[in-house]
Design a binder for this molecule. Sequence first.
Ligand SMILES: *[C@@H]1O[C@H](CO)[C@@H](O)[C@H](O)[C@H]1NC(C)=O
Ligand SMILES: *[C@@H]1O[C@H](CO)[C@@H](O)[C@H](O)[C@H]1NC(C)=O
Ligand SMILES: *[C@@H]1O[C@H](CO)[C@@H](O)[C@H](O)[C@H]1NC(C)=O
Ligand SMILES: *[C@@H]1O[C@H](CO)[C@@H](O)[C@H](O)[C@H]1NC(C)=O
Ligand SMILES: *[C@@H]1O[C@H](CO)[C@@H](O)[C@H](O)[C@H]1NC(C)=O
Length: 444
Amino acid sequence: MKIFCKNPFPRIIEPIPLILIFTISSIFIILFSSFFFINDSLRCQKHITNNFGYVDSSTNLSHILFGIAGSTKTWNNRRHYVELWWKPNHTRCVVWLDKEPPKDQPWPDTSPPYMVSANTSMLRSITRENVRVEMRLARVVFEMYRLGLEDNVRWFVLGDDDTVFFPENLVTVLSRYDWQEMRYVGGVSESVDMNVVLSYEMAHGGGGIAVSRPLAAELARIMDGCLRPHENLYGSDARLWACVTELGVSLSKELGFHQMDIRGDASGLLAAHPPAPLVSLHHLDWVSPIDPRIPNRVDSLSPLLSAYRADPGRALQQTICYEKTKNWSVSVSWAYTAHIHPWIVQPWELLIPTRTFTTWSNSSDDGPFTFNTRPVGRDPCERPLVYFLDRVEEVEGGPVVTTSYSRFRPGQECGRAGFREALKVETVRVVSTKMGRGEWRKVS
Ligand SMILES: *[C@@H]1O[C@H](CO)[C@@H](O)[C@H](O)[C@H]1NC(C)=O
Ligand SMILES: *[C@@H]1O[C@H](CO)[C@@H](O)[C@H](O)[C@H]1NC(C)=O
Ligand SMILES: *[C@@H]1O[C@H](CO)[C@@H](O)[C@H](O)[C@H]1NC(C)=O
Ligand SMILES: *[C@@H]1O[C@H](CO)[C@@H](O)[C@H](O)[C@H]1NC(C)=O
Ligand SMILES: *[C@@H]1O[C@H](CO)[C@@H](O)[C@H](O)[C@H]1NC(C)=O
């Protein structure tokens, strides 16, 4: 049986039909690109907001220089997240350390090259240790700018040692900006309290901060002058922001940068990602392993990363649809999870993250967050059946990727009649065509 369903994600690119094929033990969801457009399917509404307009298709990964704020003492414990995304001779990255690593501990081959932050008279005059550390890290852009001069760098991107970047998607996002203008690109915190303490207008550093070359040049010029010790500033990102603000540059907010100022189980957030390329994840040591079947936090990212490699642009993009004869509501967060609700959930509701997580500073269950959230169902009959990614298949070089998600049984199941048939579904298979980088250009 095939059912044609609405798909909210392509609403913002092209109308794309979504087909579900049910069998006893698995569901096939087929996401065709408009190339395979099928006439009798339900059509999705076209994106009506403005297109972004500017696209710099010449920017590629080689134009980005990453700078990771590290420390010699902790690098060995923190390096695993960076090593997930950094590829030798592919991503350019420098880890900035406070001092030379000890001679008896060779720098790992799997880590990006390191540099030791310069000692300046300004830093020496600062006595408070935390302020000195923040100043050192805020100056990373300045030091990177000097490095990048000869190297054709267009964007300087700062991250923490526990930031996981998705570099191909970062290129997609940055190519929406003219790198020859002064640009400051990033995201804010998920927790309202953190934005209140810091700012809604500041790129929160763990999610990543992208600075265009002309802005880096200006920052390098004024840096030590604008980095005044200031008691109300907390963190190197706030200190950098002070300098950016002094130059009259405001934040270009992008929804794919994730500071992840949340605690607990992040799956509710990652199952309902906004329509924007996934650029970064941060604070992964502060949430449970994102795949609850894999206890090691670093390893629990591998299913997502393996699908990401097959189709970077589609990672975490949400698709919803309905099986109308059975009254099922289905939601897929591509490369991560699938949910089947054996009842009808309104489409706008499916797009709202469930509060499986809490706020950052007071671990409040009910926010406030900077986006809408909805409560987790209290008993098993109010919760969807949950599936997590376990297989990615593609024909080498072909346009199609098949991802399979298998049932996760955290506890008691609902015994209600309406659930019985859904409980037979062990696997959700999603067949999709790879997204072209150009498709994101149609999204504002
Ligand atoms: C990236 O762009 C530069 C031109 O600025 C070009 O020389 C290089 O080959 C490109 N790299 C890739 C991987 O496309
Ligand atoms: C990276 O490039 C350098 C020089 O081109 C080469 O010596 C080295 O083997 C390469 N490393 C990897 C991991 O490909
Ligand atoms: C930086 O300065 C401090 C104190 O002046 C000194 O102990 C340290 O060795 C210096 N580091 C480098 C890399 O020069
Ligand atoms: C689906 O819901 C409609 C409206 O509530 C109801 O009339 C219909 O019987 C339901 N179908 C199934 C298979 O439960
Ligand atoms: C947490 O902080 C927020 C905002 O400051 C507040 O609205 C909320 O009531 C607090 N929650 C708890 C459980 O303390």
